[in-house]
Design a protein around this ligand. Sequence first.
Ligand code: MSP
Length: 497
Amino acid sequence: MLVIWISKFYITTPIYYVNDKPHLGHANTNIIADILARWHRLKGDNVFFLTGSDEHGEKIERAASKAGKTTKEFVDEEVNKFKIAWKKLNISYDYFIRTSDANHEFAVKEFIKKLNENNDIYKSKYRGWYCIYDESFWTDLELKNSKCPECGREVEILEEDAYFFKLSKYQDRLLDFYNQKKDFIIPEYRAREMINRIDKGLKDISITRSAIKWAIQFPLDSNQYIYVWIDALVNYISALNWPEKEKFDLFWPPDVQVIGKDINWFHSVIWPCLLFSAKIELPRKILVHGWWTVNNEKMSKSKGNAIDPIEITDKYSADILRYFLIREKPLDEDGDFSEEKLISRINGELVSDLGNLIYRVLSLAEKIQSAENIKFEGIPELNDKLDINKIDNAIENLNLNLGLSIIWQFIRDSNKYINEKKVWELEGKDLSNALYNLLESCRIISILIYPFMPETADKIAQQLNTKIDFNECRFSEKQFMGKIKKGDYLFKKIDKK
Ligand code: MSP
């Protein structure tokens, strides 16, 4: 019997609070995950790409009552804003989880029971600083100028009966784990930030609240509700129908969990310790990205400065936004968004490099494809300029920005080839050789850019009458005779504002 080994690739995004509408920051996280999911699908992996919505908690309860709706009505409506945005941006998720789903609630309760079986839960009194906005508790030491260190808002003292999880018990095990798996948190300096904080001593965390009603009931005490962050983290296993085994065994553990730097503590410290306690294998990689700002300020609903990814998509295109967010900065760094920068990338790289290459090559090819004794064949001279392994390594190492720049260098080299060879002046065998090289380059480019810009890749493949097939991502014996149909320019130059 022939056994074909297909690797699985499980990738997750954070689940978004539905009281906000999707902004550029959220789009950025999902675009990163989408590119990785598409790259792995292209390579033939069995991909499970998860995104979703975080629907419980006080913030959402308040937003609903402000809107004059029941909380359930409110979340049912709000969640669509995310689904619409992801559709516009071509986010190819396989499953959208909502924390108000019945099977999620069930899994959360089962998860708590597991922690309890392991003697990791106890009842005590909680007293501490609480930021309603971030739904986070802070110690005196952590506060910044007596305010929430995350968002700068006022915090309030909260004292109540609560159940605690023995986070402290796992301090050494977690540090050992980090030590053995140096690439667990990417980039590495984000691991160092966690270690510095852990070295000050991990404290147990309260995992229930008594005041909130819009939350999952705590299975060990009906007067208590589960703290929203614990509920939210469990989405990564409940989406695989845990504790049922079938799907879970197929995809667990996540190969990459994409998150923003603000929620690294939850994902790289609390989440692994919860998994230790539940005796579930840890994720393979946590990819921590930086933030997008506007005029160097944090984007937020209250400041009213959030960039709407749907507006940008309608004005330019989903591919343009996807390209810009990945090309403009290395993933881990922060970056300041402006339309001027976006326009300059459109004019400089999308129009002049990619658009121009495709238009020039297809114009030349279309003109001669009906000529009788010309064949598109020759020696793959441009092959030397292409290193697929280097691109694959960059993407496998989660350096999308580098992967895209290597692809771009190949696009530029292909344009250079046209100019240096003066292809428009060539005839006979020389012409057929040059066009073979250029058509094959365009076809390979369509495959390589597909995860980043799926619509553009499809347009190129259509004009060439070829398919986006990773197995064919190399110079080969393709014949394009009689099949090429040049389309419009892929991108239009935009006047500077
Ligand atoms: N609900 C939690 C996540 C729970 S996951 C178990 C949450 N939601 S969020 O909607 O506030 O943020 C989700 C993601 O968006 C985070 O990864 C965050 O870093 C990202 N971004 C929010 N604003 C951002 C920018 N301005 N720039 C880049 N990403 C940012 O946290």
